[in-house]
Design a protein around this ligand. Structure first.
Ligand SMILES: [Zn+2]
Ligand SMILES: [Zn+2]
Ligand SMILES: [Zn+2]
Ligand SMILES: [Zn+2]
Ligand SMILES: [Zn+2]
Length: 562
């Protein structure tokens, strides 16, 4: 019989973590923990010898000289991430290099940013003083690199803005695996205590995951399901450190953690955080196996460091929990279970989630309610707001606040607002226009080659950097300041005709009417395109030729009225 224990600290922590809620707070911690109690009582409580936590000291040492070599290996495995993040950065910024030297601030930013991936710096983990402090606007948000900042934070921020979270997450885990595995020593615990689920990814050991409560992880609700599951144990290593401020008191700090899924048929240590170590995985399985034999009379076969569970017909699924079960895990299966001869025949499908539950009001949240897994509460309690544009429920932290101080979902935000490249303001989409100018690369290259050797046109536009069109985002105010005219008066719409020897219109939406705008104003409008600067006149000459070609062609198709 699992008695209630004193759960005051858990209650206080859960209440703190549900800030900003609307519904009625459940004042009865026994009610809040009813699923936990029912389900852990089934057999896990007995398996642990009627304890909530069992512990023993362990130590694993590792050759520390391997750190650099391992970081090199991590880099080799993740080369695609580095390539992609660099390409994506180049696509959203406008870097200019001359003879491999960064010329504008965006190019410097990219150089400094890519330096963060140097092996030594990945081990050191901080942005170095010799990397010039620099910043860039990525997808409308400013990102700064400054001395002493954690480099993984900076990399993560850029990856997030470039929508590369998954690739980053893989790299981050691999990276922290190298750093944290220097010397593994601590106390190994098997726990079914509610606070260990609540702090599964919270610690002062410098790692977290999407299950973190303190950092508002996107899969927090998954930890509630693990807490309420009849078959999930929280296995972790703790060190000397403790964490404070957990329900107003101290709690252990996890150096390493994994969920262990245990039933009569199988023991499987799920994905390990923040690093993978076969030996710890095996130690956890062996210990659970020993306790299950002793306290429940259950027996299992050989422990395998990398159990091929699907060969035995197992599959594992869960609800709001992020399903981490892929790759290699330590485990064992019950002695009576045979390897499957029929490929992909999953006759042992295991649903390892317990009920999801609002940690504020205590209501069970059904899987098909489609609640956001990045909250600890039900939608009613969460103070969810609605996107003023499409009406979709937007949870507090996911709302984008427009310049009108209204909440938007991310889709509507990017549909409604844009960034003026001239004044840098975020403005409503209809207050700005994206102007385009067509170019054919080989013609431009030809014009560049007609300028004198050593001219700035020749040095700025090195071979690969001739654009195939020019675009700028400009707000109406800036346009009026530059031209004295309203946008309707200077724009030509939908110019499309076949490619020509000097100009190539690729779905040009809004072009400039050259009878309403002077050549100098045209240059000003596209000024954010940074190669205008430091010109000895040769760049101007090249653009003058393109501008004249442009006028000729618009005239020939009858789009200009003089
Ligand atoms: Zn997640
Ligand atoms: Zn609720
Ligand atoms: Zn919306
Ligand atoms: Zn909308
Ligand atoms: Zn502007």
């Amino acid at each position: 019989m699992l008695e209630m224990y004193n759960m005051g600290q858990f209650y206080a922590h859960a209440k703190n973590m549900c800030d900003g809620t609307d519904g009625n707070n459940c004042e009865d911690v026994a009610h809040l923990l009813r699923f936990w109690r029912q389900n852990k009582e089934e057999y896990l409580y007995d398996l642990l010898g009627q304890e909530l936590i069992v512990s023993k000291p362990v130590s694993y040492e590792r050759d520390q000289d391997e750190m650099y070599r391992e970081m090199e290996e991590v880099k080799n495995c993740h080369w695609q991430f580095f390539r992609d993040i660099r390409n994506n950065l180049e696509n959203v910024l406008h870097p200019i290099w001359t003879d491999y030297e960064a010329v504008n601030s965006d190019a410097k930013f990219i150089d400094n940013f890519m330096n963060l991936f140097d092996c030594g710096r990945l081990v050191d983990g901080r942005v170095q003083a010799f990397q010039n402090n620099s910043s860039a606007i990525i997808m409308g948000r400013e990102v700064r690199l400054s001395t002493g900042q954690k480099s993984m934070r900076a990399i993560g921020r850029v990856a997030e803005l470039l929508n590369m979270q998954q690739q980053f997450e893989d790299f981050r885990i691999a990276h922290s695996q190298v750093l944290n595995q220097k010397l593994i020593k601590g106390t190994l615990h098997l726990s079914i205590h509610p606070l260990d689920y609540a702090t599964a990814s919270d610690n002062v050991n410098d790692w977290d995951s999407c299950m973190s409560w303190l950092n508002e992880g996107c899969c927090r609700m998954g930890t509630v399901e693990m807490m309420n599951s009849p078959m999930v144990i929280c296995a972790y290593l703790s060190g000397k450190n403790t964490m404070d401020g957990i329900g107003g008191e101290d709690w252990n700090s996890k150096k390493w953690r994994a969920w262990a899924i245990v039933n009569k048929d199988v023991i499987l240590v799920n994905r390990q955080y923040p690093y993978h170590n076969d030996n710890i995985g095996i130690a956890v399985v062996d210990w659970i196996k020993e306790l299950a034999q002793k306290n429940l009379g259950w027996s299992y076969g050989e422990t395998e460091a990398r159990l091929d569970y699907s060969a035995y017909g197992f599959s594992f699924d869960c609800g709001y929990m992020y399903n981490d079960i892929s790759g290699c895990h330590a485990g064992c299966v019950a002695s009576h279970i045979q390897k499957n001869t029929v490929f992909h025949h999953h006759n042992h499908s295991v649903w390892f989630s317990g009920p999801a539950e609002c940690m504020w009001c205590g209501r069970e949240i059904k899987w098909d309610e489609g609640n956001d897994s990045g909250t600890l509460t039900c939608p009613e309690c969460h103070g969810a707001t609605r996107c003023v544009c499409c009406g979709e429920v937007v949870y507090g932290d996911y709302a984008y606040w427009g310049p009108d101080d209204q909440p938007y979902c991310s889709d509507c935000y990017s549909d409604n607002f844009t960034n003026c490249e001239h004044c840098d303001d975020i403005v409503p989409q209809e207050e700005a226009i994206s102007l385009e100018f067509p170019i054919v690369q080989h013609t431009m290259t030809k014009y560049i080659q007609e300028t004198p050797v050593g001219s700035s046109a020749r040095s700025k536009y090195t071979f690969n950097y001739v654009p195939n069109s020019l675009t700028t985002n400009i707000c109406k105010d800036c346009l009026r300041n530059l031209t004295g005219k309203h946008v309707h008066d200077i724009v030509l719409h939908n110019i499309d005709y076949p490619r020509n020897h000097s100009l190539f219109f690729t779905s040009m939406g809004c072009c400039i009417d050259p009878t309403k705008v002077s050549f100098d104003q045209f240059l000003e409008i596209f000024r954010p395109y940074p190669r205008w600067r430091h010109d000895d006149g040769s760049i101007r000459e090249v653009w003058m030729k393109l501008w004249e070609d442009y006028i000729k062609h618009l005239t020939s198709i009858g789009r200009l009225e003089f």
